[in-house]
Design a protein around this ligand. Structure first.
Ligand code: AMP
Ligand code: GLY
Length: 417
């Protein structure tokens, strides 16, 4: 019988998940905070509502399972609500284990408590005195992080966001005015990579590794963004990693999932995404996310051969087997409104020619009666695949000019490895 699936979220990542859900012959139901036209077109029914408000979810009682795209509803406990109140099995982690993302202090302490490698030296700060102690130990090369979710906007890195002790202190003061504690980490330098795994809480199935490009402009210049694009290779590895690096990162993920169960008595189910950094001396865990990455989901779902709904059921049932991914390279490029991220031009018209022959995902755009328009966030993602990066990049280049509007994109995604 055709399955009914509820998807929560409304970005390009969720558009890619939606496509996989319907591809394997299921009926899609969607809950979004603002309408993503791509997801809406694939859905049998769409309800709009806040990610922190679960009161409308009972209208989806008849679905076979649910999957949650973004971290915020997971941190608010949407999985607990769907499973415990509505009896809807959910392929995303419960609030208690999701603390691995929603509390950066919890994550660092968990790694320490269970002797998991890859932890960055850190300080939990409860006063300006603690900040001074941290700087005595690490010097000014630190990263200041609020403990909770900030939608990627709260982390301040020495050299990028501040360069004097005074600026660090000002930010620390701001954080202490709204919370009791925050985190200081030693700043590491190296190349970052994204490792996403499917897990049923016991077994993990790694997905192809992805590298994302966070800076707004070419050559890694300009402010940090939600990401301007990403690539993955046909080999499913990355050029700057040895096999031993990947084994270390996988081991950190496995040990973390084990530790989470010991700590909470709950199994972590869904996708766990570790953001890692390879430095000259080792592999470090920068952050955990309790969901697919955006745009990393767009790279890997493009390649996933295993039936997505089947995989979700295996995760829910605690019976995860394996997943196979096509041996192709992928390049994902985001088109963003001109001025993004500092002064993005919203309400700009976008024209997409029909002749586009690669996958296109809507991120944050809205539809009027006659047109598609930008918001202040990223607009559209294109994903090209090929036997190698050059082929994948070529497909992006061939198609991206078929999207017209007051838009900007990086031409070097997949060029600088
Ligand atoms: P997070 O939200 O913790 O992933 O941090 C956002 C970004 O800040 C990361 O993608 C890194 O580029 C940078 N960052 C975070 N922690 C560190 C660290 N300990 N050393 C160097 N860079 C970091
Ligand atoms: N690629 C960054 C994120 O999904 O958080």
């Amino acid at each position: 019988m055709t399955k009914k699936v509820l998807l929560v979220g409304n970005g390009a990542r969720e558009h890619a998940i939606a496509k996989k859900i319907v591809e394997s012959d299921a009926k899609l139901y969607s809950y979004m905070s603002t309408e993503n036209p791509g997801i809406a077109d694939l859905s049998r029914k769409t309800i709009l509502g806040e990610m922190s408000d679960f009161s409308k979810l009972n209208q989806f009682r008849k679905v076979d399972y649910a999957i949650i795209g973004p971290e915020s509803p997971i941190a608010f406990g949407i999985t607990n609500f769907l499973e415990e109140k509505l009896d809807i099995p959910t392929c995303s982690p419960k609030q208690e284990v999701a603390r691995i993302e929603s509390s950066k202090i919890f994550a660092r302490c968990l790694l320490d408590a269970y002797d998991i490698p890859g932890n960055v030296p850190y300080f939990i700060c409860r006063s300006l005195r603690d900040l001074e102690d941290a700087v005595k130990e690490f010097g000014l090369k630190i990263v200041i992080k609020p403990d909770g979710l900030t939608g990627g906007k709260g982390v301040r890195v020495y050299g990028d966001h501040f360069s004097t002790f005074r600026e660090a202190k000002d930010y620390a003061r701001t954080l202490l005015s709204t919370s009791d504690e925050f985190l200081i980490e030693e700043k590491k330098e190296g190349k970052e990579f994204s490792l996403q795994v499917f897990t049923d809480g016991k077994k993990i199935v790694p997905m192809p590794l992805v590298r994302d490009y966070k800076r707004a402009f070419e050559n890694e210049e300009g402010p940090n963004t939600g990401s301007m694009g990403s690539y993955s290779l046909a080999e499913h590895t990355l050029p700057f990693l040895e096999k031993s690096d990947i084994d270390k990162a996988i081991n950190i993920m496995e040990k973390t999932i084990e530790a989470l169960e010991k700590q909470t008595d709950l199994r972590y189910k869904g996708v766990l995404y570790g953001q890692f950094m390879k430095t000259t001396d080792d592999i470090y865990l920068i952050e955990f996310n309790v969901r697919f990455g955006d745009p990393e989901a767009l790279n890997v779902l493009q390649l996933l051969e295993t039936d997505f709904n089947e995989l979700s059921h295996q995760i829910i049932d605690g019976d995860l087997k394996k997943a196979s991914f096509r041996p192709l390279s992928t390049v994902c490029t985001y088109l963003v409104p001109n001025g993004y991220p500092t002064s993005p031009r919203d309400a700009q018209e976008i024209n997409i020619k029909d002749s586009i022959d690669i996958d296109l995902y809507y991120a944050s755009v809205y539809r009027t009666k006659t047109s598609l328009r930008t918001t202040k966030s990223r607009s559209i993602a294109l994903v090209g695949t090929g036997r190698n990066l050059e082929e994948a990049r070529e497909k992006i280049n061939k198609n991206i000019s078929k999207i017209e509007g007051n838009l900007h994109y990086r031409k070097d995604i997949g060029l600088y490895l």
